[in-house]
Design a protein around this ligand. Sequence first.
Ligand SMILES: Cc1ncc(COP(=O)(O)O)c(C=O)c1O
Length: 362
Amino acid sequence: MTERIYNFSAGPACLPLPVLEKAQSELLSFNGIGMSVMEISHRSSHFDAVIESAKDGIRELMSIPDNYQILFLQGGATLQFSMLPLNFLGEDDSADYVVTGAWGKKAVKEARREGNVNLVFNSEDGGFRSIPGNDELDFDPDARYIHYTSNETIEGVEFDRDLDGKGVPVACDMSSNILSRPFDVSKYAFIYAGAQKNIGPSGVTLVIIRDDLMDMVPDDQHTLLDYRAIAKKSSMLNTPNTWGIYLIELVCDWLRGRGGVAKVAELNREKAEVLYDAIDSSDGFYSGHAERNARSMMNVTFNLPTAELEARFAEEASTEGLDGLKGHRSVGGIRASIYNAFPKEGTIALREFMSHFMDKNG
Ligand SMILES: Cc1ncc(COP(=O)(O)O)c(C=O)c1O
């Protein structure tokens, strides 16, 4: 097959076609130097230009103030579940965690190895369908930091606002909605995201960290787990994922060409509305997982009347070029991931498929 299909995968997810084409055209000779970007030293001036441009792109797109460092790490967002407490949570300290889905729960598990975790909100009993209102969040003013997940990829539950830590540093796992809409970075002390949904390919983790947090890093920290040491060496303490960072640079260029994050957010909303409308107008044949005010613009999760129908739905959709719709193995159901690079036509194609499937099976 040479044609591209609609890829609803939750991540690694579809990349913008112009980015893939540009990478393809430069695969053998990057910038006319006769070598691939994968074959050159990360200490070369060629790669230096790439990493600086990728950082500039992220800084510009997210309007990141000057007192924040941008780092490209490895180990996925999962390593950040550990690295954050390893750097900022001593055994006698406590941190406040807001848990609205499976990823936040995993972050808590790792943080508990280092210090005390105060679960300020946890919607697990309700099946991770909701987000808390501000009146439900009573943060400890002495907490070392507050942690939350702005978009829970598995359950499709998203915060529609930046949480206010009222002076306590806010750390956020933005893996699945970073760059999807404007965030007020100045409200956060620490942001991290695996690249493989909205930023680039898997294998790079973006970390945005406020300068003052660097002073909290313990002096005896392991070198490669030390944000301060990594920042000092501009993310090149060891060999970084050069190919991944190059693709991030290209994704940033593409996003700027699309009018930036605010513009892309409008399109993301339109795409999500196509699918939520299909769910809401199905007389209950399709039922959305998340409560309405918690619905994700990135991962649209829903159920059909039976698990057997859900399996058939995903299978038949796949034969029609709508791939990756099976929900996460832990929750089942259907999940349509529609990150920045996912085209609106794909959501329309899925809506049509949903309508036909309901006609046949409803
Ligand atoms: C919100 C969120 N956090 C963390 C992770 C884990 O990321 P990684 O696989 O990069 O470690 C994911 C992966 O899908 C995610 O969606």
